[in-house]
Design a protein around this ligand. Structure first.
Ligand SMILES: *[C@@H]1O[C@H](CO)[C@@H](O)[C@H](O)[C@H]1NC(C)=O
Ligand SMILES: *[C@@H]1O[C@H](CO)[C@@H](O)[C@H](O)[C@H]1NC(C)=O
Ligand SMILES: *[C@@H]1O[C@H](CO)[C@@H](O)[C@H](O)[C@H]1NC(C)=O
Ligand SMILES: *[C@@H]1O[C@H](CO)[C@@H](O)[C@H](O)[C@H]1NC(C)=O
Ligand SMILES: *[C@@H]1O[C@H](CO)[C@@H](O)[C@H](O)[C@H]1NC(C)=O
Ligand SMILES: *[C@@H]1O[C@H](CO)[C@@H](O)[C@H](O)[C@H]1NC(C)=O
Ligand SMILES: *[C@@H]1O[C@H](CO)[C@@H](O)[C@H](O)[C@H]1NC(C)=O
Length: 265
């Protein structure tokens, strides 16, 4: 019963908030004539994103788009990529957006970051995709988390992709679920901090390729780091999440167009 009680209050709080923000979002966009993208098979779905707005053209014509299929057989070992290096810290994120498809948490400037090819990228955002967008060896996972990083001048983007399979609970995702259930208002602080150090991804094996944002405007030149080994999430955690976010938000995989996929073990 206690479990059920917890679930119902989570559901009530989250659904209430979700619908409130969703309604505001869709109404304000309709009023202003703004085009919205979504993940349907219809005219606003992924196959048409590039036609919805002139500034989203890359979604249609870009040759370096994400996500992609990653086959470990095609990946090229490259020791020169170097060990995956992160120096995340404990940081209090704030809500950047909620719904209709996912939750995005933004971090302050002192959240730490990653070094890629001698360039520092600072952790900017944590958001979710259900199911996974990248397909590894033909497997689409139930969840993929994106850690979006930017250089301090904001001009360059690096994303770390964390695929999740079913298994033990994920500690960080649990904290995110707690935050969602205690949200007060869009843009408000979330009342607690996330210790991203706990992710412990430094030194993990990864794939590296050059791609794009997976949502409009599908900006290219994004440095992708996709972890080879999926992390685990419990089915119970994912179902708590899906109570709030009922729609899938995975873009279909894009053509490689000759791009190499590098691997560092
Ligand atoms: C297209 O995107 C631009 C920039 O985000 C925005 O200002 C404009 O209103 C959008 N146009 C439509 C029709 O949605
Ligand atoms: C996607 O957008 C279209 C056009 O606004 C709308 O008719 C449709 O209901 C939306 N689908 C979903 C699943 O949100
Ligand atoms: C991470 O390292 C960079 C430089 O290597 C430094 O500027 C930054 O302050 C560090 N961040 C944290 C949170 O330790
Ligand atoms: C790393 O940076 C150097 C210098 O900016 C550049 O020449 C090289 O192409 C970069 N390597 C990769 C893999 O991006
Ligand atoms: C893909 O398959 C290869 C060969 O069986 C294996 O070595 C590799 O670990 C697999 N990669 C992933 C991401 O599952
Ligand atoms: C990716 O692989 C899936 C099967 O796992 C296939 O259906 C899809 O067409 C592939 N996408 C591309 C762009 O090759
Ligand atoms: C954050 O997590 C790391 C690794 O688990 C731990 O060593 C550190 O004490 C934690 N920091 C805080 C402020 O909780």
């Amino acid at each position: 019963m206690e479990r059920f009680g917890f679930h119902s209050s989570f559901l009530a709080l989250t659904l209430g908030l979700f619908f409130m923000i969703y309604l505001q979002y869709s109404t304000s966009c309709k009023d202003s004539g703004l085009q919205l993208f979504n993940y349907s098979n219809g005219p606003n779905g992924p196959s048409h994103w590039g036609d919805l707005n002139e500034t989203w053209r890359l979604c249609k014509v870009g040759m370096n788009q994400s996500p992609i299929n990653i086959s470990s057989l095609e990946a090229i070992n490259d020791d020169s990529l170097g060990r995956l290096r992160t120096n995340y810290s404990r940081n209090q994120p704030f809500l950047a957006s909620l719904g209709p498809f996912n939750v995005a948490l933004n971090f302050g400037p002192d959240a730490g970051g990653i070094m890629v090819n001698s360039t520092e990228y600072i952790l900017n955002q944590y958001h979710t995709h259900i199911p996974s967008e990248h397909i590894l060896n033909g497997t689409r996972f139930p969840l993929e988390i994106h850690l979006v990083h930017r250089t301090s001048d904001g001009s360059r983007i690096a994303v770390i992709s964390l695929p999740y399979t079913y298994g033990k609970r994920d500690h960080i995702f649990e904290q995110v679920l707690d935050m969602i259930s205690s949200l007060k208002e869009k843009g408000g602080t979330l009342g607690s901090s996330l210790n991203m150090t706990d992710l412990k991804i430094s030194g993990k094996a990864y794939y590296r390729y050059s791609g794009s944002l997976t949502t409009p405007p599908c900006t290219e030149g994004v440095v992708w780091t996709v972890l080879k080994e999926p992390r685990t999430i419990s089915p119970e955690q994912l179902s708590r999440y899906q109570i709030a976010f009922t729609e899938n938000n995975a873009r279909f995989t894009q053509e490689l167009n000759g791009r190499p996929i590098l691997y560092h073990g």
